[in-house]
Design a protein around this ligand. Sequence first.
Ligand code: FAD
Length: 321
Amino acid sequence: MTEVLIKLAKVIDIAEDYQLSKLTTFCVGGSAKYFCEVTSVKQLQAVLSICKDSDLPIFVIGGGSNLLISDKGFDGLVLKLNLNVLSVNDNIIEVSADRLLNKLIDKTIEYGLSGIEGLAGIPGTVGGALVGNAGAYGDEIANVVDHVDALDEKYNLIQLKKEELNFKYRHSIFKERTLILLQARLQFQKHDQKEVADKVVKYRQDRTAKHPPFPSAGCTFKNIDLTDEIESKLKQLDFDLPEKFVEFKKVPVAWLLDQLGLKGKQIGGAQVSEKHGNFIINKDNASADDIVMLISYIKQQVRDQVGVQLQEEVRYVGFSD
Ligand SMILES: Cc1cc2nc3c(=O)[nH]c(=O)nc-3n(C[C@H](O)[C@H](O)[C@H](O)COP(=O)(O)OP(=O)(O)OC[C@H]3O[C@@H](n4cnc5c(N)ncnc54)[C@H](O)[C@@H]3O)c2cc1C
């Protein structure tokens, strides 16, 4: 047993050589050197300080629905929170980062609370949703945030108000700093319960109809801001640019990849979904390398043909060395 493992085992149950593919919706990825599930903030602080003293890298995983983990896995400790808080008081919900976003949405139906109906059906946890400011159908989680509790880089408890969280399209302060999100206080509009429920059902059904029935991490790339330069390039290419893209100044990557004939492109077991061009799917036992190669190919095609550098929405884990 290594020294760090002996220290960790004194404060928490640790699994070694833990298969990460079973924690991701892509169903790919190698093993974590160590894995644990943390049930209190005190325990989390103890684990983090042991890892820091031993220079053991850590990675906090939520529902694994926005991740591409390398075939080599993660040479450190992957930790999952299990703080299990979800309480409602009038129009306020306190929820810990580990709770599933869809459990939160079920609570909003139960209490007739409106604001994030469009997020219904997005997999993963509340923590993951806040980190990437998850959004769909015109709603985003930032809209209902009052403040969050987190651990800072020195593992001190801090509270950050919405204004301090730097929410943008698929972005928050959690992508700029190494904070660990513990809990959020969310503030909703009271609304007719049936209307909230009907909207949620409609969005869940719409997703099921539109999304490919294969493992994936959702949209691979961020949609593109439509500049005058890109607009004229797309017109030069004779693409029929829908009016609403011009109105909202955004080009959906799914549409662009369809125009470029990339739907269905396959490398190894990874494929650009025929059903939704911004989804890369694990069609047939894909490795993380297959997916990385397919992402590179798409980026190169889009760069060469349209002059746009696509940005991944999916986050890479374990690729640095
Ligand atoms: C079928 C499908 C459909 C999807 N549709 C959408 C959609 O419509 N809109 C959308 O925005 N996304 C969508 N996604 C992407 C994904 O579901 C969201 O990004 C989701 O919010 C990620 O949450 P997660 O818990 O799975 O995070 P993970 O993938 O586990 O982690 C994402 C990032 O958050 C970090 N993180 C997680 N928890 C914490 C924490 N407590 N503290 C600090 N960091 C943390 C991780 O370290 C990682 O960097 C979809 C994915 C799939 C598979």
